[in-house]
Design a binder for this molecule. Structure first.
Ligand code: C2E
Ligand code: CA
Ligand code: CA
Length: 611
């Protein structure tokens, strides 16, 4: 940041201060003129001062925080000329008075001149050159005056004048340095020395004003899983890593003439220079973002450790000066969160479509909150059959029919519910409804082996879950109920979750709950995973079944079945739509089949009829 930028507001206030000071002390000269010398010079001089004051007032009024940096620079230049002339006025009085015979006037002139110099050195401290020229202009006449007196005492006074001038300049220099330092601290981040949020917002504001007919891009960069590094390796390592990352970004930004700032934590912002067309700006934004991502991903060496980190970047293209700069930051933020949702380590450019998508998501989020209350949640049951097409079990699938939004598929609202935490309440409701149904079937003596319920990881690992399952199982499922309750779970990525998961599963097994690994082969599954988690059943994901005509996919399915057999797991194929798929699976000894070939998910009463 240009050092002057810091002092626009400061100088603005100083104009008011000198105007008040000068206009108020000026009239004393008119009185003095009336008493001692002429009645022409002083009023003339004061009129001239009032004229200059008027210019000062206009400069004061002209300043506005929304001016561009260039406008502010021009303004500051005018203020400098004004200040210099304004202070120099006193030297005119000085020269005029010391040329008079009346010694009393000399004393007044000398005292005033010293006073002006002191005022100049404090009020103009933020402008280095201005302070020097003004103090010299005020002190040089006194110094010359003493020399010209040509007496021993006057030489001593000339020397003192010199010393005082140097002291004033030294004090001004100290104030200047202090201002620079405190300004620096207010606008910079202590850890990385990059500009901080305040710096960036001001930079953004002036850039938006200045480039209103051009295009610039704004990048919001957030490191992925940085918190994990902080938590596991300590804040010192985290800080060092942040510095390394910011150094890499800084050198790339400098190469591209971009400005970089740290907004806080592991969040950084970059503002580009201006482009003439939107296309060019967009292309450069994406190109530069990818360059950043690749650079950030390279290995870091911190305390002999090799560290790796990636980042998610949101991009906003700026060209509408009517929008408040914070709107662009918000846009980049929305895009960045979308990049996080898309699996991180990527770039997303903000667009109106993205915005409406997010708005839709937020609306779903709001509506979902009342779904149970408004009785909009229902359950469907999809049969699971054996190779003879006998119904052996079913999977419970949730449905949400909202009055305003219509039918929302679970693929859409379940992740939202997981994100907001509503899944705890929703999952509990589904579990209770499903167990009620199981009880009805038990009581009616329906011939069904198993009932599968999807359980989200967040729900499963919730602190009250085990207790709730205990209560509900006791309430609905009698010990002689032949229907086996299965919880379908999907794989988790985190190792720490895995340990916790095993503990939870073992506890739930005490309530006679069985477990099925859902969507097998799509997530983070590995063979060791299967060994560690005490599951009873494995569901081959429907994407494998859909491509079973492909030789490679077919052998993969075959391998999965073989492994399951070896591990003594029951195997369910889901998404079976075609007869040839079923034949293939049957040939390889698959246990259960689920899919449109047999039945779509159906209501309870429809299912009752089937049974
Ligand atoms: P999922 O657990 O893999 O459920 C199977 C999905 O495949 C269901 O979609 C089902 O309708 C669909 N399906 C069944 N047979 C076929 C077929 O032959 N072909 C095709 N193309 N699809 C078939 P649905 O009901 O839309 O559920 C989607 C996902 O939503 C589920 O995937 C599950 O992850 C989640 N979900 C559904 N109900 C619940 C629930 O009660 N709790 C939780 N936590 N998640 C649920
Ligand atoms: Ca499932
Ligand atoms: Ca599945």
């Amino acid at each position: 940041m240009n050092e002057n930028i810091s002092f626009y507001n400061f100088m603005h206030r100083q104009i008011a201060a000198v105007l008040i000071l000068f206009i108020m002390t000026g009239p004393s000269y008119i009185i003095m003129g009336y008493i001692y010398s002429s009645i022409v010079f002083e009023p003339l001089w004061y009129s001239f001062m009032l004229f200059l004051s008027l210019i000062g007032y206009y400069l004061y009024r002209d300043f506005s925080k929304t001016m561009t940096i260039t406008q502010k620079d021009t303004w500051l230049q005018k203020v400098r000329y004004f200040m210099f002339s304004y202070f120099s006025l006193w030297s005119i009085v000085f020269v005029y008075y010391v040329l008079q015979d009346n010694l009393q006037l000399h004393y007044i002139a000398i005292a005033t001149q010293f006073g002006s110099a002191v005022v100049a050195s404090t009020i103009l401290a933020s402008q280095k050159k201005l302070v020097i020229s003004t103090v010299v202009t005020l002190m040089l006449p006194i110094f010359t005056y003493f020399i010209l007196l040509d007496e021993v005492f006057s030489y001593i006074l000339a020397f003192f004048t010199l010393v005082l001038s140097l002291v004033l300049l030294y004090a001004a220099k100290n104030t200047f340095e202090y201002l620079i330092k405190s300004r620096y601290q207010a606008y910079h981040d202590y850890l990385t020395s990059l500009g901080n949020r305040r710096y960036f917002i001001e930079l953004l504001e002036s850039s938006v004003q200045e480039n209103h007919d051009k295009y610039t891009y704004l990048l919001l960069i957030d490191l992925d899983y940085f918190k994990t590094i902080n938590d596991t390796l300590g804040h010192d390592v985290g800080d060092q890593l942040l510095c390394e990352v910011s150094n890499r970004m800084k050198s790339l930004s400098n190469d591209n003439n971009n400005s970089l700032a740290r907004l806080g934590g592991d969040e950084f912002c970059i503002l580009s220079s201006a482009f003439d067309t939107k296309e060019e700006c967009l292309e450069e934004a994406v190109k530069f973002s990818n360059k950043l991502l690749n650079n950030i991903k390279k290995t870091y060496k911190v305390n002999d450790d090799n560290l790796y980190i990636s980042a998610s970047i949101g991009v906003s293209i700026i060209n509408n000066p009517k929008l408040h700069p914070s709107e662009f930051l918000k846009e980049a933020d929305i895009a960045m969160y979308e990049a996080k949702n898309n699996g991180r380590d990527g770039v997303i450019v903000f667009s109106d479509e993205l915005c409406s998508l997010i708005e839709k998501k937020l609306e779903i989020e709001r509506m979902l909150h009342f779904a149970i209350e408004k009785d909009e949640i229902s359950l469907m049951y999809q049969p699971q059959v054996d190779c003879e097409k006998n119904i052996i079990g079913c999977e419970v699938l949730v449905r949400w029919n909202n009055a305003r939004l219509g039918m929302i598929p679970p693929d859409v609202f379940i992740p939202i519910a997981e994100h907001t935490g509503y899944i705890i309440e929703l999952g509990d409701y589904i579990l209770e409804e499903a167990l009620k149904t199981a009880k009805e079937w038990c009581d009616a003596g329906k011939n069904l082996d198993q009932l599968s319920i999807n359980i989200s990881m967040r729900q499963l690992l919730h602190k009250d879950f085990i207790f709730r399952v205990g209560v509900l199982m006791k309430k609905y499922i009698a010990s002689d109920c032949p229907i086996k309750i299965i919880f379908e779970i999907t794989e988790t990525s985190a190792a720490e979750d895995l340990k916790k998961l095993v503990v939870v599963i073992k506890k739930l097994k005490q309530f006679n709950i069985h477990f099925s690994m859902d969507d097998f082969g799509t997530g983070y599954s590995s063979l060791s995973y299967l060994r560690e988690i005490p599951i009873d059943e494995l569901k081959i994901d429907k994407s494998f079944i859909a491509e079973i005509s492909d030789k490679q996919q077919a052998s993969l399915v075959k391998t999965i079945i073989d492994i399951s057999k070896n591990l003594d797991l029951k195997i369910v194929a889901e998404g079976v739509e075609e007869n040839y798929q079923k034949e293939f699976l049957k040939e390889h000894d698959c246990d259960l089949y689920q899919g449109y070939l047999f039945s779509k998910p159906i209501t309870k009463s429809e299912f009752n009829k089937l049974l």
